[in-house]
Design a protein around this ligand. Structure first.
Ligand SMILES: C[S@@+](CC[C@H](N)C(=O)[O-])C[C@H]1O[C@@H](n2cnc3c(N)ncnc32)[C@H](O)[C@@H]1O
Length: 340
């Protein structure tokens, strides 16, 4: 059987799309889109201002021009609207698409390498990848922060209840701290502690809390979820896309959550909703989840169904409620500890 011309054209379009995102990734990772925002520049001037090698930057400028991120005019290269959209600092930035595309290629290469042995790697796989590690937290923030603030936050009563008590929110596996910053902006009395095992995430979370004037209310610590302790019982313990990283030790994790919550406090756990039926994975909004599950396996993890999370909460005496978002693709499971 020979391959049809239509299938060849489709593959060529897919390749162009992946190449476009690879070029955008270099611009995001090296701050080139941001550097060009102020004024057009020649490749030499851009390289000098960014402290980068002029020959690499010249070739990147050609590629970015070819793919429509840059125009070439009197003052040198200038950002097009598309180029502006990849600046990490603009609201609704597209930078996460570029980072995810390159992270996906990196993970695909590792998965194919490890498939014969069945070996899994730790989360240091991401931490160890030089250009990706500093962008990981910002990628998750660009993907989820606006969605959280608009769609999820208004529907979870545990946050406003904690605010009324000037309570403490603990975020386990906090990434770059965007979730606690969002809560602190919305709820003026809340205090927060974030914990993460990646030093780069904690460094960014501390810096951003300072930058946003929230450092008196938010603290961040490097550490392991399994060894987490708090000086006072928490009103909310949140885990966003972090529970599946520690699921193999779920019994001890949930025991710890129940112990460290105040009476009346709540565990608020947000995870992608792994669908009950394989056929559901064909939906374009869920395909990415199927690939994510392959890459999660690389780290010894798998995506979860809300019923599994509920059962683990109920086993330690928490009363559960399940909240579905994004057409059922995202789930927040709340487990409330009985009031004293
Ligand atoms: C998918 S990321 C989610 C980050 C953040 N919650 C967010 O929504 O952007 C999972 C995070 O959990 C952290 N993590 C995974 N296992 C951990 C552990 N055992 N102890 C501490 N942090 C852990 C990782 O470093 C990573 O930042």
């Amino acid at each position: 059987m020979s391959v049809s011309e239509d299938l060849r054209k489709q593959a060529a379009r897919d390749l162009q799309a992946a190449t476009a995102l690879s070029i955008a990734f270099v611009g995001v990772a090296r701050g080139l889109f941001s550097a060009l925002a102020a004024a057009p520049a020649t490749a030499e001037a851009l390289a000098a201002a960014s402290g980068l090698d002029a020959a690499y930057v010249a070739r990147w400028c050609d590629a970015a021009y070819a793919f429509g991120y840059l125009d070439d005019g009197a003052g040198g290269f200038a950002l097009t609207d598309l180029g502006h959209a990849y600046r990490p600092e603009v609201e609704g930035s597209l930078m996460a698409f570029a980072v995810r595309s390159v992270l996906s290629a990196h993970m695909a290469e590792r998965a194919s390498e490890l498939m014969p042995s069945g070996k899994c790697l730790g989360s240091e796989e991401i931490e160890g990848s030089g250009a990706l590690s500093p962008l990981f937290g910002a990628m998750l923030e660009a993907n989820f922060a606006a969605f959280f603030e608009r769609q999820i936050l208004p529907h979870i009563a545990a946050f406003s209840d904690a605010d009324k008590r000037a309570g403490l929110v603990v975020d386990l596996g906090c990434g770059n701290g965007w979730y606690l910053r969002a809560l602190a902006r919305h709820f003026p009395h809340l205090r927060g502690i974030g914990l993460d095992g990646m030093a780069e995430n904690i460094r960014q979370a501390v810096a951003k809390a300072q930058e946003h004037g929230l450092d008196r209310r938010l603290g961040f610590q490097l550490g392991d979820i399994h060894a987490f302790t708090v000086a006072e019982p928490a009103d909310v313990i949140a885990m966003n896309r972090a529970l599946h990283h520690v699921w193999t030790q779920k019994e001890s994790v949930f025991r710890m959550l129940a112990e460290r919550l105040k009476p009346g406090g709540a565990a608020v756990i947000w995870e992608p909703n792994w669908p009950a039926s394989r056929a559901d994975l064909r939906d374009p909004t869920r395909r990415g989840m199927a690939f994510q599950n392959l890459t999660e396996h690389l780290q010894g993890n798998h995506l979860l169904r809300p019923q599994e999370i509920e059962a683990a909460m109920q086993a330690v005496g928490l009363a559960t409620s399940v909240h579905a978002f994004a057409n059922g693709n995202e789930t927040v499971v709340v487990g409330t500890k009985a009031a004293a």
